[in-house]
Structure formats: structure tokens, C-alpha cells
Ligand binder design. Structure first.
Ligand code: F6P
Length: 547
């Protein structure tokens, strides 16, 4: 069945039409105009919740835009659909699954049922087992095959089984056990495994094989290589595997088949999407690094944001506002990308994490009803920490041809207070957002004595949308709150766009084709059954692969 119909129903909604008309009416109002018209705009267009402060006043909208966006969210049933998610209704309709990452951080006494069974006791049973295991590793009471203490932990996983763990490890390094080494192998490129293990001793190394499905090509290839590497370093005794390998998966059969004792497996469930799983057992490496108490704090932070999202009126609801402002920029201003710019070096992998969270969730061209969407969905998400990005790509954000909405994320207190570094760092957030909003007119540039020929080059249009998210400091709780903020932003946008944010069929075709091509790369006959380009590439590689 091909997609025959394009769905325009969202565009037909009176709330959407009202927004479109409002956009046209205000098309030429600049941020300079908007700030001049309302001296309190900064506070009017800010919100606070779960200890995060969110200033969205430097977007090309006003309070009436926000009310109209909220009307749209209400018309699309945002609150009702969120309730369905929180209560275990199977809203992931293409996979017939509930969507319950919020259950992963719910307190012990919560009741959330899937198919008539309360899932919360299972969540806490796994968390308790993870904590007991983490205590053993961290205290040294769990030793390797030769009796040596485990000093190195290598997480093998990819996508949601890697990006969350590596992002959290980097973000929470100041809370980690510095006597241990943590590495993350994801790429099927053998260089990744080789480089991450070259200085490690197999006797002191634990591998966590993290894969929801336990079938992913990259992870299974790396897991087998790790097994060979381990056994080669431990004298080839198969029984060593039990001391050096644990698994995190929903697939007990696959784990057993690989040779890992299922007693050393930490499970999760099909109602946890891979990109929503860093707070499930997929976070085992995080717990080993920061310890069970800090891990619990991170879960508490997630839960705080869940409660905020579920119970706060839409006009003060941070994830909803972040989602609605993003939708305004995407669908009305026509912005194709969003830059997420954390001003904290420890959030160096945060944008990469959000790329999967947002683009795998909302990078969809089909509605829940199976028609082609008649509106744009997820923009490209990208970014790097500031201030480094300022010296690389900010030129385009300031003077490129299309606005790039930015989320600036900053903290009042650094993990490492050194001299005046933090003031210098954070001053750049405020300055960048100010410069992007207000720019510098030709007259202002001229008044500085700049030569006429240079005026167009030195002028800044401004009027470029930005958000600032500010909070006290980056700690486990804050990280949980921040990640949940973006999870629920994705939900908000996906609900209005009418798409399924919880499947990812678009990743399948390439995987299937690669499986077919793998044996062709080493076959003796010339490959002829693809298109002329693919045949050419395969045959050229075959001719040169052995040097
Ligand atoms: O290929 C995409 C994907 O399925 C992601 O959704 C997922 O996070 C990743 O692969 C890894 O999957 P798994 O945890 O099953 O190995």
C-alpha cells in the first residue's frame, strides 16, 4: 500500500488558521519592536518549573501568539494524550506498545498498569539489582576472573543504548568514581573498539553489552570482538565471561545465546523506546560511575519534570512552551534547524543525544492515520558547547541567510569554580542572545566610524530567535530534569503534528541493504545486481580491500 493521501487537517484547524493569519499580521514586527512595545516582555515571556528557568522572550512572538499556540495544543488533545502516555495506553500504535519511560522514574508506590499488570514493582526490582551490582563493583567485592578488582567499564551499545550513557557520563563526571575508567564503544568501525581498549587490561575490565533488541549489527559485532579480546587476555577460559560480561536488554533469549548468564542480565521492557532509555537499566554504566544514590537523584529530577509536565497548566508548562515555541519557529517562521548550545563543557554530548531523541522521534512524514503529513515536522537538531561554537559556526547563526533558533543552556554555578571562568562563560550566553535578538543597525555601525564599503559586512540584522534555559548547577537531578524537559517537548510537538514519536521504521531499509551487501564485499564474482553506482562502489572496494 502506498501513501495516497496528503493530510491537511492540521492546516484546516481554526486554531492553525488563526496562527497563520496572526503570523501574516505580525510578519514585519521585529524583536526590537516587540521589546520596545512591552517593557516587561522579559518576565512576561518566561516561565519557571522543576527548578529550571526558561526565557523565551527573544522569539518573534508575543503573549497572544502563546495563547493561540496553546489553543492549538488543546485542540490537538495534548493533555488527554499525555494522560494516555502516563497511564500506559498503547499510544505507539505501529508497534502496539505503551510508552512508559515516565514509569522508569516513578516512585515505588506508584501504580501504572500495562495489560492489567502494575509495571512499577518490576522497574524497582531491576533498579535494586542494578544498585546491588554497582555496589559490588564499586566496592571491589566483585572481582574479575583472576581475582583482580574491576577498574574499567566498557559499555558496548549504539543509538539509545550509547548516546544517553555517554552523554550522562560526560555530564556527571564530577560525580563519578575517578579511580575507575569508563569507555563507550558504539561504532562497528573496528577503530572504535581498538582505541577504546588498547590501554585496558582484560583482567580488570567489565563489558556491559547494552542492546534493547540484542540483535543490532554494530553491538553484536563489538560484543563478539570484546569476548574474543577478553578471553585472549584471560587464558581462553570460557567461564571468565561470567565475571567480565553483563547485559542490558529486553531479549533474555538473545543474551543467553551470546553466552552471558541471564543472572547477569538487567532487563527492561518493550514500552521503553531506545532513545528514552537512559534512565532504565541502559543507565547501568551511569550508575557504576556515579553510584546508586546519585543515579536515584537523576531519576528524581526526571520525575520532577514529569510531574511538572503532567500537572502544570499549559501556559506555565516548560516542555509545552519549549515545544510550542519550536513549532512556531518551524511551521510559521520556516526554520529548518535548531541549534542546542549548552554553555557547559560537560554537556559536550548533549546535542548528539538530542539529535536521536528529537529526530528519530519526530522525523516522520506520515500521520498516525497513515497519510502523508501536509506540514513540516522535526527540524534538524545540532549543536556544540559554547563558547567553542562561537569560534566555528556562530558566524552563520548571526549573518547567514536563514534564522537558526538556538537553545542556550547555562548554569549559575560551575562544577569546577576557577577564578572568573564562569562569569566569562555565562556572559557569552547573555551577549549572544542579545546580539542575535537586536543585532546592530547600519546607523549604529556607521556611528562607530566604519567605512561605508564595510557597512553591509559589519551590520547585524538581529531578529533571530533564541531561548535561554538557566538553572543552578549541573548535577544528577538537573540532568534528569533537562532530559525530561526535551522528552516532553518532543511529545508536545509530535502530538500536534499528529505523528508517532515512538517508532523508527526509517532506520530499517539501510540495515536490510547492508546485510545483503556484507557478503558481496568478499565474494569472488563481480557484483552486478545493484544500480550502476552501487555496483561500481562495491566492485571498487572489493578490488582494493586487501591492499
Ligand atoms: O537503528 C536505530 C535503533 O533501533 C535505535 O532506535 C536504537 O536506540 C538503536 O538502534 C540501538 O538498538 P538496540 O538497543 O536494540 O541495540
Amino acid at each position: 500500500m502506498t501513501i495516497e493521501t496528503t493530510d491537511h487537517s492540521l492546516l484546516e484547524r481554526p486554531e492553525w488558521k488563526a496562527l497563520a493569519a496572526h503570523f501574516e499580521d505580525n510578519r514585519n514586527r521585529t524583536l526590537r519592536d516587540l521589546f520596545a512595545a512591552d517593557p516587561d516582555r522579559g518576565s512576561t515571556l518566561s516561565a519557571e518549573g522543576a527548578e529550571l528557568f526558561f526565557d523565551f522572550s527573544k522569539n518573534r512572538l508575543d503573549s497572544s501568539t502563546i495563547s493561540m499556540l496553546i489553543d492549538l495544543a488543546n485542540a490537538c488533545g495534548l493533555k488527554e494524550r499525555a494522560e494516555k502516555m502516563f497511564t500506559g495506553v498503547k499510544i505507539n500504535i505501529t508497534e502496539d506498545r505503551a510508552v512508559l519511560h515516565t514509569a522508569l522514574r516513578a516512585p515505588r508506590d506508584t501504580v501504572v498498569e500495562v495489560d492489567g499488570e502494575n509495571v512499577i514493582p518490576h522497574v524497582h526490582e531491576v533498579l535494586d539489582r542494578m544498585a546491588a551490582f554497582a555496589d559490588k563493583i564499586r566496592s571491589g567485592s566483585w572481582t574479575g576472573h583472576t581475582g583482580k578488582r574491576i577498574k574499567n567499564v566498557v559499555n558496548i551499545g549504539i543509538g539509545g543504548s550509547d548516546l544517553g550513557p555517554v552523554m550522562a557520563y560526560e555530564a556527571l563526571k564530577p560525580f563519578s568514581d575517578r579511580s575507575m575508567t569508563f569507555r563507550f564503544v558504539s561504532n562497528v568501525d573496528g577503530n572504535d573498539f581498538a582505541e577504546k581498549t588498547r590501554d585496558l587490561s582484560p583482567e580488570e575490565t567489565l563489558f556491559i553489552i547494552s542492546s534493547k533488541t540484542f540483535t543490532t549489527l554494530e553491538t553484536m559485532t563489538n560484543a563478539h570482538t570484546a569476548r574474543d579480546w577478553s578471553l585472549a587476555g584471560l587464558g581462553g577460559d570460557e567461564s571468565a565471561v561470567a565475571k567480565h560480561f553483563v547485559a542490558v536488554s529486553t531479549n533474555a533469549e538473545g543474551v543467553g545465546g551470546f553466552g552471558i548468564d541471564t543472572h547477569n542480565m538487567f532487563g527492561f521492557w518493550d514500552w521503553v523506546g531506545g532513545r528514552y532509555s537512559m534512565d532504565s537499566a541502559i543507565g547501568l554504566s551511569t550508575m557504576l560511575a556515579i553510584g546508586p544514590d546519585h543515579f536515584q537523584e537523576m531519576l528524581d529530577g526526571f520525575h520532577e519534570m514529569d510531574v511538572h509536565f503532567r500537572s502544570t497548566p499549559l501556559e506555565e508548562n516548560l516542555p509545552v512552551l519549549l515545544g510550542l515555541v519550536g513549532l512556531w519557529n518551524r511551521n510559521f517562521l520556516g526554520c529548518d534547524t535548531v541549534a542546542v548550545l549548552p554553555y557547559d563543557n560537560e554537556l559536550c554530548r548533549f546535542s548528539a543525544y538530542l539529535q536521536q531523541l528529537e529526530m528519530e522521534s519526530n522525523g516522520k512524514h506520515v500521520t498516525l492515520g497513515g497519510d502523508r503529513v501536509g506540514w513540516d515536522t522535526c527540524p534538524v537538531i545540532w549543536g556544540e558547547p559554547g563558547t567553542n561554537g562561537q569560534h566555528a559556526f556562530y558566524q552563520m547563526i548571526h549573518q547567514g541567510t536563514k534564522p537558526v533558533p538556538c537553545d542556550f543552556i547555562c548554569f549559575c554555578q560551575p562544577a569546577n569554580p576557577i577564578g572568573d571562568h564562569q562569569d566569562k562563560l555565562v556572559s557569552n550566553v547573555f551577549a549572544q542572545a542579545e546580539a542575535l535578538a537586536f543585532g546592530k543597525t547600519e546607523a549604529e555601525v556607521k556611528a562607530e566610524g566604519v567605512a561605508d564599503a564595510l557597512l553591509p559586512h559589519k551590520e547585524f540584522d538581529g531578529n533571530r530567535p533564541t531561548n535561554v534555559i538557566m538553572t543552578q548547577k549541573l548535577d544528577p537531578k538537573t540532568l534528569g530534569r533537562l532530559v525530561a524537559l526535551y522528552e516532553h517537548k518532543v511529545f508536545t510537538q509530535g502530538t500536534i503534528w499528529g505523528i508517532n514519536s515512538f517508532d523508527q521504521w526509517g532506520v530499517e531499509l539501510g540495515k536490510v541493504l547492508a546485510k545483503k551487501i556484507i557478503p558481496e564485499l568478499s565474494q569472488s564474482e563481480t557484483v552486478t545486481d545493484h544500480d550502476s553506482s552501487t555496483n561500481q562502489l562495491i566492485n571498487r572496494y572489493r578490488a582494493h580491500r586487501l591492499g
